[in-house]
Design a binder for this molecule. Structure first.
Ligand SMILES: [Zn+2]
Length: 244
């Protein structure tokens, strides 16, 4: 018997060739002939968009991935949860925010963590360093609970329209001295704080985290622009609320 590293159950065999990101994502990009090497200005590194598969989990865990991959198709491809956008300006800067239904928030987080855990298991399988390192057990435990709140594992989301055919596999980053993971799906970029310290206490980030529903800042490629945009958002928030 083999132990599935995700659910810790003993199984006869692992599911063969699990995909790290949903298969439909890569086939969509292949169909459009855009399986490419990506270069962007700052913040996002070079990345090669290629398929990664390995025997990493049991068939039960794979079923959960399949459900979450279906949700991801609704979220990213069918825009099923998208609500109205907001545009406002602060000190001459135009801030655009795309809102998605709050219903999607926990499911999206489950999907993201599922991809992160798959990547971690894949890296360990091929002998690379673990993506999550010491955070693997804690993240796995939360993931196994099913419903995860943004207060437990906080994340920031932005959308980069010029990278709307880009997928970036999860990789390590830092946010205010905290360990985090970043990844991108069709131009939607996420920074997931995996550190025990949780989200940074910067007031503008806290204001952003307190937004109802799921706010996604529309911005250009650089990481700076995300934080600048959030700062403009926090300053413009009183005005924005008056307009409601
Ligand atoms: Zn399993």
């Amino acid at each position: 018997m083999i132990t599935c590293e995700l659910c810790k159950n003993s199984v006869a065999t692992l599911k063969e060739n699990s995909h790290i990101v949903p298969r439909w994502m890569l086939s969509t990009i292949k169909q459009n002939g855009r399986l490419i090497t990506v270069e962007s200005n700052k913040g996002i590194k070079y990345g090669v968009q290629k398929d990664l598969t390995s025997d990493i989990v049991c068939s039960n865990c794979e079923k959960r991935f399949a459900l979450e991959d279906g949700f991801a198709a609704d979220f990213f491809r069918n825009l099923k949860y998208a609500e109205k956008s907001k545009i406002f300006s602060d000190s001459g800067a135009v801030v655009k925010i795309e809102y998605h239904s709050g219903i999607a928030e926990s499911q999206l987080l489950c999907f993201l963590l599922g991809v992160v855990l798959r990547m971690d298991l894949y890296q360990k399988k091929i002998g690379d360093a673990s993506l999550l390192g010491g955070a693997f057990d804690r993240i796995t435990e939360k993931y196994q609970k099913g419903k995860i709140l943004k207060t437990e594992i906080p994340y920031l989301a932005s959308k980069h329209p010029s990278l709307d055919e880009t997928i970036i596999f999860p990789e390590r980053t830092r946010l205010d001295r905290r360990n985090a993971i970043t990844c991108m799906f069709f131009g939607y970029r996420f920074i997931i704080v995996t550190d025990r310290l949780g989200m940074t206490n910067w007031p503008e980030i806290q204001a952003w985290m307190a937004e109802p529903n799921l706010p996604i800042l529309i911005t250009d490629e650089s990481e700076d622009s995300l934080f600048k945009g959030i700062a403009h958002f926090a300053k413009g928030l009183p005005e924005l609320n008056r307009r409601k």
